[in-house]
Design a protein around this ligand. Structure first.
Ligand SMILES: NC(=O)c1ccc[n+]([C@@H]2O[C@H](COP(=O)([O-])OP(=O)(O)OC[C@H]3O[C@@H](n4cnc5c(N)ncnc54)[C@H](O)[C@@H]3O)[C@@H](O)[C@H]2O)c1
Ligand SMILES: O=C(O)C(=O)C[C@]1(C(=O)O)C=C[C@@H](O)C=C1
Length: 367
């Protein structure tokens, strides 16, 4: 595609989308705008954008596609500012916000004037913020939800998907309300639970000196998302408060049931509680990104000594197994490192598993 793309909010998501668009549409020009000029300059120097603009108005008025990727209350403010600008008649506007109902209501100031606003939400991300964490493969195989505003022509939904083709995401058109209910359950609510678990550990009156160091494994896994950007999650929680309040009420009932199970000391019922959860969780489609983001990942528990990464990748190279990503997980950093290696296909991962079993005695886990 050809044209000028403006991305407002040069953070994790805006930066990642920019990389996808630049790769897929090399003839397009991507301009970045951010109130944080340091972040904007970083985006430019990392080559994430072609140009930076300190003026929202100048950049917006020349854009063919505008992507707003700021915390959701800021997104609403930016939409309101557009009303008084001379945008191109054919401009397509989308956002990446994690909530949709309130944003779609705000976008009516634009759609009532015939401007094409299509709400968007890529269902992949990270607890990290900022453009330095942006990556082109972030959305691969993830669901990308779209909520077209009223009066949006179907061909424009197709056009937006064409612009976003480089994400390699799977588009899903949903109603804003449906979107907020679904994401409330599988994304927003778990973030509250993760934060609450951290608060519980932090607030325990008798904090043992070993507690922080022992908070590895399960605790770190389930609370990773508590390290996410608090401004972003404050906005999401307020915008989806109705859904979240009812989920929290259900959660309290659920916890009361757990209390009675444990008080009754009924081993069969306690076993069933864990087992029912395991059966449901194990049945989720883990080989696809989506409700539970996943790659074809292989985790290798390696000792922390210099050269261990090249040792592991060396074995894979000997077998000509190509990997798409490699990273050290931030768990158990004092003792061992968990190397997470992503593969493009299931077959590559199987071959890697076999190869590393033969060549090493490191513990291997599938993601
Ligand atoms: N992080 C995730 O996992 C994730 C995933 C999908 C969608 N989202 C949504 O995408 C949006 C962006 O999230 P992110 O993780 O990239 O956040 P981020 O913190 O990495 O980046 C947001 C950027 O927006 C900028 N910004 C804030 N207000 C602005 C304004 N008024 N004008 C211009 N720039 C402004 C900030 O300076 C920052 O650089 C949010 O709405 C979030 O809900 C996040
Ligand atoms: O993987 C993470 O760290 C995320 O929290 C990503 C996550 C999610 O909850 O799945 C967070 C918010 C977004 O709106 C979409 C994706």
């Amino acid at each position: 595609m050809n044209g000028t793309v403006l991305i407002i909010g040069m953070g994790l998501i805006g930066g990642s989308l920019s990389l996808c668009i630049k790769k897929e549409h090399p003839h397009a020009k991507v301009i970045g705008h951010d109130v944080n000029h340091k972040e904007l300059r970083l985006a430019k120097s990392l080559g994430v954008i072609d140009e930076m603009s300190l003026s929202l108005q100048t950049a917006a008025e020349q854009a063919d596609l505008i992507i707003i990727s700021t915390p959701v209350f800021q997104t609403e403010k930016i939409i309101a500012q557009f009303e008084s600008l001379s945008l191109k008649e054919s401009v397509l506007i989308t956002d990446t916000g994690s909530t949709k109902e309130q944003i779609m209501r705000s976008s009516e100031v634009l759609t009532k004037n015939g401007i094409q606003f299509i709400g968007g939400h890529p269902m992949a991300g990270s607890h990290k913020s900022g453009v330095a964490a942006a990556k082109e493969i972030l959305f691969e195989n993830a669901f990308y939800m779209l909520t077209p505003g009223s009066g949006v022509a179907e061909e424009n939904v197709g056009k937006l998907q064409d612009w976003l083709r480089g994400t390699h995401a799977k588009f899903l058109i949903v109603e804003p309300r449906e979107h907020d209910e679904l994401t409330g359950m599988i994304s927003h609510f778990p973030h509250i639970v993760a934060a609450s678990l951290v608060h519980q550990a932090k607030g325990s009156s008798t904090e043992h000196p070993y507690l922080r160091r022992l908070a590895a494994g399960g605790f770190r896994d389930i609370t990773r998302i508590a390290s996410s950007n608090p401004t972003m999650w404050k906005d999401i929680t307020i915008q989806n408060r109705g859904v979240l309040l009812s989920l929290l009420k259900e959660w309290k009932v659920e916890m009361d049931e757990v209390v009675s199970l444990i008080e009754m000391n009924d081993s069969q019922k306690i076993y069933d509680y864990f087992n029912d959860a395991k059966v449901f969780r194990d049945d989720l489609p883990i080989l696809e990104k989506g409700a539970i983001p996943s790659f074809y990942d292989l985790f290798v528990d390696v000792p922390d000594y210099p050269g261990v990464i090249s040792e592991v990748t060396g074995y894979l190279a000997q077998e000509k197994i190509s990997l798409t990503n490699i990273r050290i997980m931030e768990t158990r950093e004092d003792i061992y490192g968990v190397l997470a290696i992503s593969f493009q296909t299931l077959e590559d991962r199987e071959r890697a598993l076999h190869c590393l079993r033969e060549q090493t005695n490191y513990e291997l886990f599938l993601g």
